[in-house]
Design a protein around this ligand. Structure first.
Ligand code: KIV
Length: 275
C-alpha cells in the first residue's frame, strides 16, 4: 500500500452542496500537464467539446467525436487528482434517444474514469437527463447559448433578449433541474436572467458570459490565458500567452542561429565525473 496520502476527489454531491455557498471555480482542460496545473485551484475541470476549436482548430464543435472526447478525457484524468472531471458529450452522441445518450455516456465514463458528463440541454433533453441520472450517471446541463446549436441559431448569440427567448431559457433551466442535473452551466445571458435562474433552480449554476450572479464560473482556459488574439468580450484575460510565447520562440530562434546553447561538456559534466 502506498504511503502517500490519498487525495479525496470532489464528487457530484459535493458540487451540488455548494448551491448558494462559496462560488465554484471551474475551467476547461484538455490535456494532462494543464490539468495538473489547474487541479489544485478548481473544484471542476471540464473536458469541453470546445477542444475541437481550441486544440484541433475546427471552426465549430460540430466535428468533435466521442473518440476525441475519450482521448482528452483520459489525459485530463491522468493530470487531475482532486477536481471533479466532467466530459462533454459531443454533437450527435446523445440527442437521438435516452438510450443512445446512456450508451455513449457510460462508454465515456468507463473508458476515461471521469466523474460526470455534460450535455447541452434544451427542454427536449429533460427525458434524457432523467434517464441517465436514474441510472447513476451524474449529469451537468448546459443552457442559454448552446454552441452545438450555433448553426441552427445563426451564430453564437446571447439568449434571453426577448420575452419569448427569456422564457425559453427559464424553461430549459427548470427542465434540466427537475430532471436531476447536479449542476447547470448557463452561457450567454444577461445578469438579471442569470440571477432569476440561479434563484429558481436547486442545482448550482455555473456561468460563462452570464455575470457573477451564478453559483460558480467557468472559462475556456486558453481564453483566460490569452492564447488567442480574439477572445469573447466577457473573458477577463489573466495572461498574454500569445505574446509571451511569440517572444520566447523568437529568442529560441536567435539562440539556435547563434549556437547559444549549453555545450555537451556543460550538460553531461557531472555524469562524466561520476564515471
Ligand atoms: O465546451 C466547453 O468548453 C464548454 C464550456 C465553455 C462551458 O461547454
Amino acid at each position: 500500500m502506498s504511503a502517500q496520502t490519498q487525495i479525496r476527489r470532489i464528487t457530484a454531491p459535493d458540487i451540488r452542496s455548494r448551491k448558494g455557498e462559496e462560488p465554484l471555480v471551474c475551467l476547461t482542460a484538455y490535456d494532462a500537464p494543464m490539468a495538473r496545473l489547474l487541479d489544485p485551484h478548481c473544484e471542476l475541470l471540464l473536458v469541453g467539446d470546445s477542444v475541437g476549436m481550441v486544440v484541433h482548430g475546427l471552426d465549430s464543435t460540430i466535428g468533435v467525436t466521442l473518440e476525441m472526447m475519450i482521448m482528452h478525457g483520459k489525459a485530463v484524468m491522468r493530470g487531475a487528482k482532486q477536481a471533479l472531471v466532467a466530459v462533454d458529450m459531443p454533437f450527435g452522441t446523445y440527442e437521438k434517444s435516452p438510450e443512445q445518450a446512456f450508451e455513449n455516456a457510460s462508454k465515456v465514463m468507463r473508458e476515461t474514469g471521469c466523474q460526470a458528463i455534460k450535455i447541452e440541454s434544451g427542454t427536449y433533453a429533460a427525458e434524457t437527463i432523467r434517464f441517465m441520472t436514474e441510472r447513476s450517471i451524474p449529469v451537468i446541463g448546459h443552457i442559454g447559448l448552446r454552441p452545438q446549436a450555433a448553426l441552427a441559431d445563426g451564430g453564437y448569440k446571447v439568449k434571453g433578449r426577448t420575452i419569448a427567448s427569456r422564457q425559453r431559457v427559464i424553461d430549459e433551466a427548470v427542465a434540466t433541474d427537475e430532471a436531476g442535473a447536479f449542476a447547470i452551466v448557463i452561457e450567454g445571458v444577461a445578469e438579471d436572467l442569470a440571477r432569476e435562474i440561479t434563484e429558481a433552480v436547486s442545482a448550482p449554476t455555473i456561468g460563462i458570459g452570464a455575470s457573477a450572479a451564478c453559483d460558480g464560473q467557468i472559462l475556456v482556459t486558453q481564453d483566460m490565458l490569452g492564447v488567442f488574439e480574439w477572445t469573447p468580450k466577457f473573458v477577463k484575460r489573466y495572461e498574454n500567452m500569445a505574446e509571451r510565447t511569440e517572444a520566447a520562440v523568437r529568442q529560441y530562434a536567435t539562440d539556435v542561429r547563434n549556437r547559444a546553447f549549453p555545450t555537451s561538456a556543460q550538460v553531461y559534466a557531472v555524469k562524466r565525473a561520476d564515471g
